[in-house]
Design a binder for this molecule. Structure first.
Ligand SMILES: *Cc1c(COP(=O)(O)O)cnc(C)c1O
Length: 465
């Protein structure tokens, strides 16, 4: 399968190229040149497959000749072997309408493990004959960093340098990064904010001298391979609830709009999804975009759902491209305008196309807390604050929908124990698979918020192996 940039001016790449490139050279994002479609009989046949076989079946058409199927199969099985549940992403019923799709059974307790465990292995496979190591440089406000480190630790030919803002990630999140014992992992605490750390990474990735000395790449959700891996659990859940005969709705706790866009891709492939409910906290740029066509940047407010505290949803560009009928010129003009002014107005026809499948819903703190208490009371299910935002939106929209509504449970409650305890009175225990996080020694460097310090570190620590 060929992959094209949403802005139409970058080279067309195969799956391997798009995976290693991250951002396209014209500033756009890679998407497949066309959407593979499955017939109803093919969706029906998925009901007999386990998660890994479902993944191979759905990923194959995107990957094409970039990877032989037996190798894909092996990488998928190895990635999923790190999950603690035999169903990988089990469904839990809450009442006659509502279900949770638990995406947090991976090693770092958030859904990002599902895509990153595979992405790390794809990176290693795609670069295994290259003499120079591939260096993954990233900045994290929590969940992505820990999932990426766990995915890459110990893999041959890969190094990872992960920056986090000093003192601004939770203890569990920090220890999930700093207690990983692997020679190819470097943790850096930056004396600054997440935005400072992110700016340092961008500077280094754009630095020609650094790129000449090191082979650098990124792992944030602009990476197409991450999104395609996330389409799998939509299909896996929907066929278990009666698709393709019975359309299913999903409520998605949303930040960068990667997860919700993966659901949209599943729909483009022919999976009958009734509604995708995009649930945001008060940082509601995606809700405003999908309800009123108002995609405009505002200041970020810190909330108890930090993984959704964003003001620019990177994957909105992929949605715009699709809604515009895959018009790269219109997409480029719209996104360049947004970069200049911080505002973008969805034209009425594009908004109508979006609303054929999406609903946006902003969830206040009290509604989040009420949904968390309801799940505990109604079904004995302890959910994390991000999941509770999704569930609150699902419950609010239920009356206007028919059929089952699946809320994506994006993190384990033990990742955010203080908030869960404050709301429900129950302190969620850390699952055994998290390991003795609080007993292991931490390994972490500290540096000022200065891109030159990061460049020096790359030169000193990452001598070619
Ligand atoms: C990353 C994350 C989200 C947001 O997902 P996007 O793909 O960025 O929309 C929601 N919940 C949790 C727990 C996360 O880690």
């Amino acid at each position: 399968m060929e992959h094209v940039s949403t802005r139409g001016e970058a080279p067309v790449l195969d799956f391997r190229g798009a995976t290693l490139a991250g951002l396209a050279a014209d500033g756009g994002l890679y998407v497949p040149a066309r959407w593979p479609r499955l017939e109803p009989s093919e969706w029906r046949a998925l009901a007999h497959l386990d998660y890994a076989a479902t993944a191979v079946r759905l990923l194959e058409p995107f990957i094409g000749s970039a990877l032989e199927t037996p190798i894909l199969e092996r990488l998928v099985r190895e990635a999923l072997a790190t999950f603690a549940h035999a169903a990988v992403t089990p469904l839990v019923q809450l009442d006659h309408r509502h279900w949770l799709l638990e995406l947090h059974h991976g090693p770092t307790l958030a859904f990002k493990d599902i895509a990153l465990q595979l992405l790390g292995r794809l990176f290693a496979q795609f670069t295994r004959e290259d003499p120079q190591p591939l260096v993954i440089v990233g900045a994290t406000s929590g969940d992505t960093g820990s999932a990426a480190i766990r995915a890459v630790a110990g893999l041959p030919g890969l190094r990872i340098v992960m920056l986090h803002p000093l003192g601004r990630v939770s203890d569990v999140q920090r220890r999930q990064m700093t207690t990983v014992e692997a020679a190819n992992v470097v943790n850096v605490a930056v004396e600054g904010t997440f935005d400072d750390a992110q700016a340092m990474v961008k500077r280094v990735l754009a630095d020609p001298a650094a790129r000449a000395r090191h082979r650098l790449t990124a792992v944030n959700s602009i990476n197409w391979a991450r999104l395609v891996a996330q389409t799998v659990y939509y299909a896996y859940a929907a066929v278990r609830l009666g698709a393709p005969e019975r359309p299913v709705s999903f409520a998605v706790p949303t930040g960068n709009f990667g997860d919700a866009f993966a659901g949209f891709v599943a729909a483009r492939m022919g999976l009958p999804i009734a509604r995708l409910i995009v649930a945001t906290n008060v940082n509601d740029i995606m809700t405003r975009a999908l309800e009123r066509g108002d995609y405009s940047r505002r200041d970020v407010a810190a909330t108890e759902t930090p993984s959704m505290d964003i003001q620019v949803a990177s994957n909105f560009e992929r949605l715009f491209f699709e809604l515009s009928g895959r018009d790269p010129r219109a997409t480029r003009v719209a996104m360049e305008g947004f970069a200049r002014t911080g505002r973008l107005s969805l034209p009425p026809d594009l908004l109508a196309a979006a609303r054929a499948i999406f609903r946006g819903r902003r969830v206040e703190r009290d509604e989040m807390a009420e949904a968390m208490r309801w799940a505990w009371r109604a079904a004995g299910a302890l959910v994390d604050p991000h999941t509770a935002v999704g569930l609150a939106a699902a419950r609010a929209e239920a009356a206007s929908l028919s059929g089952p509504i699946v809320t994506l449970a994006t993190a384990h409650p033990a990742k955010f124990p203080e908030t869960v305890e404050a709301i429900t009175g129950v302190f969620p225990a850390l699952p055994a698979r998290a390991g003795p996080l609080f007993e292991r020694p931490e390994r972490c460097l500290t540096m000022p918020a200065d891109a030159r310090a990061l460049l020096r570190l790359l030169d000193e620590q990452l001598q070619p192996a």
